[in-house]
Design a protein around this ligand. Structure first.
Ligand code: 13P
Ligand code: SF4
Length: 299
């Protein structure tokens, strides 16, 4: 029996479900029961009847699963897998912003801490940000923490968007030159880009999509060539879901190091020991639940 079979066997004995984000290493995606983007995985976590959720992703994702399903045991095989952008917005500064812009509503990207979600009005992910902001009952929105996703949303709505100064260090570091090089080598390819990329790159893309939306788009458009302008874990995901297409990386170092901290061995051990588990202070969890639950109802 190989390690993936053993992981699956223990998971079924313990009524555990293994969730993996689309950026996870290939072998973790193979071991998982479900893979998806942040919204898809949040929904599965909220609706699952498993006793244990093992979250293969970064910390805020496991934390969100706990907030949505506090009666379940939530395990993350590597608790040091963080998201640097999530740490760029703290509740004190968010409240200062609120005081500065009276009447504005705070929309919090799910890539944030539980404490930031707790002082926000509603959460969003990259796949529903435009929809959530368009339907919220305020003309002025403070958008935290991603300035790139925020500026993308601002282009698609009539609302006034007040941007925070956070960003994803991985997407924000991509250069126009490297994208132009990929485009000139593969002139027949369509560029699918994540909205965490800066505007000067987004302006060169054909479509701006969340990771889950990239999967649906490639499934619906077969026999094509795509430049995938997001973390390279997506290439495995897309090849397994829509193998009829050709996928090109923008650069080999489009890698989120935190997403790669989870290994099969850590996954196996976390299932056996049922730790490291994730919990959130009940008062914070309660308030953060309201922002996440509103998002799920609105999207
Ligand atoms: P998605 O929700 O599109 O999968 O994005 C999550 C993320 O962390 C992107 O860097
Ligand atoms: Fe965070 Fe960026 Fe990694 Fe996504 S790719 S988890 S936003 S650091």
């Amino acid at each position: 029996m190989d390690i993936i079979e053993k992981i699956r066997e223990i998971a079924s004995q313990k009524n555990a479900v293994i969730l993996a984000h689309n950026y996870q290493p290939e072998e973790i995606q193979k071991a998982a029961h479900h893979t998806g983007d942040s919204l898809e995985l949040s929904r599965i976590a909220a609706e699952s009847d498993a006793d244990i959720i093992v979250f293969c992703g970064v910390y805020f994702m496991a934390e969100s699963a706990y907030i949505l399903s506090p009666q379940k045991k939530i395990i993350i095989p590597e608790p040091d897998a963080g998201c640097p952008m999530a740490d760029m917005a703290d509740p004190e500064r968010i409240n200062e912003f609120r005081a500065k812009y009276p009447g504005a509503k705070v929309v919090c990207y799910i890539n944030s801490t539980a404490a930031a979600k707790a002082v926000s009005d509603v959460c969003c992910t990259s796949s529903n940000a435009v929809k959530i902001i368009s339907s919220i009952d305020a003309d002025r929105i403070i958008f935290i923490p991603d300035k790139n996703l925020g500026s993308y949303v601002a282009e698609s709505t009539d609302k006034e968007i007040i941007l925070w100064d956070g960003y994803c260090p991985i997407h924000n570091a991509r250069s126009v030159d490297e994208l132009l090089a990929a485009k000139s080598e593969h002139g027949d390819a369509e560029v699918l880009m994540h909205p965490e990329c800066p505007k000067e790159l987004r302006d060169l893309a054909d479509r701006i999509l969340s990771t889950g939306e990239m999967v649906s788009y490639c499934r619906d458009n077969k026999g094509k060539k795509f430049i995938i302008a997001t973390e390279n874990g997506m290439i495995y995901k897309l090849k397994s879901e829509a193998p009829e297409n050709e996928y090109i990386q923008v650069t080999t170092d489009f890698i989120c190091p935190d997403m790669k901290k989870i290994t099969l061995e850590k996954l196996y051990n976390s299932l056996i020991n049922e730790e490291p588990s994730v919990t959130v202070d009940p008062e914070i969890a309660d308030k953060a639940y309201s922002s996440l639950d509103k998002m799920l109802k609105m999207s």
